[in-house]
Design a protein around this ligand. Sequence first.
Ligand SMILES: Cc1cc2nc3c(=O)[nH]c(=O)nc-3n(C[C@H](O)[C@H](O)[C@H](O)COP(=O)(O)OP(=O)(O)OC[C@H]3O[C@@H](n4cnc5c(N)ncnc54)[C@H](O)[C@@H]3O)c2cc1C
Length: 221
Amino acid sequence: MIQADKFGARLLVPAQACGLHLDAGDHIVTVEAQMCEQDPVVVVGGGNSAGQAALFLARHAACVRLLVREEALSTSMSRYLAVEIERHARIQIVLNTEVRELIGEDKLAAVGAENNRTGERSTIEARAMFIFIGAEPYTTWLADEIALDPKGYILTGADATRSGRPDTPDSAGRPFPLETSKAGVFAAGDVRSGSVKRVAAAVGEGAMAVRLIHDYLQAGE
Ligand SMILES: Cc1cc2nc3c(=O)[nH]c(=O)nc-3n(C[C@H](O)[C@H](O)[C@H](O)COP(=O)(O)OP(=O)(O)OC[C@H]3O[C@@H](n4cnc5c(N)ncnc54)[C@H](O)[C@@H]3O)c2cc1C
């Protein structure tokens, strides 16, 4: 991002290109965020992605309300980002709040929200809602076969051994990194317990897993 910024690139997050036309010799790309111009919008989430989205949308929207279910912004957001958001005149932080309802006919008109400490309900005017609430691993179908951590992420390497794999470690150097509690089954990317949740890391682990499977097969010969 820093390098792109140095060369004058504009990063638009979140934005979807939805039109292309020529204007006085320049190609103009229209992005979704421009449709929110002068409208109130809601961003749901308390992490860095939500923070970046709120700042970007605040350049266009009349008012950005950031709904956060935690009691402080700093719980899951980088400090520098939280400070910038707290100081922004058009961003309103609404803590301890969860979305309960979407209100509107053809288009969104408002968001029904609930304070998760007091139970108090409120209606927040909004023409658009952007959701950045992270993800849960889709691993329940694996739970009987492979050891998972308490949040459902797949244990690998030394962590998988600790969860009771019977045949490791052995003379071939098992468990291999990225190997699950089931010998010969590997996990890579976000679904792996302890992974850093970044594209480059997921791609790297995928490449590593291929190499490790070759090692696994060779060790078994
Ligand atoms: C809002 C947001 C912003 C992000 N920003 C950044 C960023 O700026 N930079 C960065 O590096 N990373 C970012 N990330 C993280 C990045 O997207 C992930 O780290 C990366 O996509 C992980 O790749 P993956 O292949 O492990 O998982 P995924 O990309 O989640 O791919 C998993 C795939 O498996 C499929 N799948 C799931 N269950 C099954 C099943 N049972 N059978 C078959 N298929 C299945 C899913 O449909 C999906 O296609 C961001 C993530 C989010 C949510």
